[in-house]
Design a protein around this ligand. Structure first.
Ligand code: PMP
Length: 361
């Protein structure tokens, strides 16, 4: 071992050395159907107007640390109750990190269902917290009794639930989230990254549950490149979380662009509608494919499905060779064995994916 390696080994915290970091696949020339992005770029005429808006930005100045103008529009678009407060982040990933930093931290426990969003574990490890996973029920909903028992045993400081859940795609039962929130003294974070594609939201119940923090993101509705995440919660939580936020965490280009996009939200809404239409078609076509064993119900902009007889690793490689990048979930959790996750693309992209998949035998 070189001197430097020994030094790195000595000083980097052991739990970080053991951590498997979040990996982003290199798409090369393939169509990206692996990361729940919107397949549609910003339309041409609006692009010019947006570029004009950007040309007025003073890049020599720091951005507004409070994202005041953007928050006003977000509040309106998300119909945030007047007595709830907002905190914006560099994607909701940053907000998860911030919550853990302020509330979980060293020696405390973070809990989440399994399988769920991979970053809950990664960020819990970064914040020095214990991480407890509770398997989802057979229907991929919450196993409420098991989660409540775990609350009693581990007293989690923070419990994450993604509604709808990634990587399964299904929505959760709002009454069960409420019951979970009532049975823990800690915080419950309801992560609504896929709110735009879901049948329900916890937002109308937020004020009934002072220990719930709600997360949303603009990443799944056509603005993944901006990195804007939104936390909605009681002002007392936000006041404390604000102390952990780096002062200029959302850049000026992101603030101005997100505000512009939300002011033209009918464009976003149309794209969401098209995704919903394509999601139904894709699910229907997948259900009829001989290589597909099961299609999980989706309230998101992706579909998770299990293959029959053919190993997911082979299907993944075959799809990539045919120019389509999806996500293999095989090996990530026993409930996802031999499963792939595909993001809903444009009709052409989806046809390419379906054509490539049907070529498997
Ligand atoms: N929560 C969930 C459930 C997600 O699936 C994702 C993205 N994959 C995120 C949060 C993070 O989104 P972002 O950081 O882009 O806002």
């Amino acid at each position: 071992m070189s001197e430097l390696s020994a030094q790195v080994r000595r000083w980097v915290r052991p739990e970080i050395q053991d951590l498997v970091g979040y990996k982003v696949a290199d798409p090369g020339d393939a169509i990206k159907l692996d990361a729940m992005e919107s397949p549609w770029p910003w339309p041409g005429d609006l692009r010019d107007e947006w570029l004009n808006r950007l040309s007025e930005v003073a890049l020599n100045r720091y951005p507004d640390p409070n994202c005041g103008d953007l928050k006003k529009v977000v509040r309106e678009v998300f119909e945030v109750p007047a007595c709830a407060e907002l905190l914006l982040g560099n994607g909701s990933d940053e907000l998860i990190q911030l919550i853990n930093l302020a509330i979980a931290g060293h020696g405390r426990t973070v809990m989440a269902p399994a399988p769920s969003f991979a970053m809950y574990r990664v960020i819990a490890t970064l914040s020095g917290s214990e991480f407890v996973e509770i398997d989802l029920a057979d229907d991929y909903g919450l196993d409420l009794a098991a989660m409540q028992a775990a609350v009693g045993k581990h007293q989690p400081a923070v419990t994450y639930v993604a509604h709808p859940n990634n990587p399964t795609g299904n929505g959760l039962d709002l009454d069960e989230i409420s019951s979970l929130a009532l049975s823990t003294e800690g915080v419950v974070v309801v992560d609504e990254a896929y709110y735009a594609y879901a049948d329900s939201s916890f937002l109308p119940r937020l004020l009934d549950h002072p220990n719930v923090l709600l997360l949303r993101t603009l990443s799944k509705v056509g603005l993944a490149g901006l990195r804007v995440g939104v936390l909605i919660a009681h002002p007392e939580w936000v006041e404390q979380l604000e102390k952990c936020r780096l002062p200029y965490n959302v850049g000026v280009l992101a603030q101005v662009s997100a505000k512009f996009a939300l002011e033209h939200r009918q464009q976003l809404d149309e794209a969401i509608k098209r995704v919903l239409g394509e999601r139904s078609r894709l699910a229907e076509e997948l259900r009829h494919m001989p290589v597909v064993e099961r299609v999980l119900p989706s309230e998101t902009n992706f579909i998770t499905f299990r293959l029959k007889a053919i190993p997911a690793s082979r299907a993944y490689k075959h799809l990539l060779a045919e120019g389509v990048l999806v996500k293999s979930l095989d090996g990530s959790h026993p409930r996802l064995s031999n499963c792939l996750r595909v993001t809903v693309g444009t009709p052409q992209e989806n046809d390419l994916f379906l054509g490539a998949l049907s070529g498997l035998s």
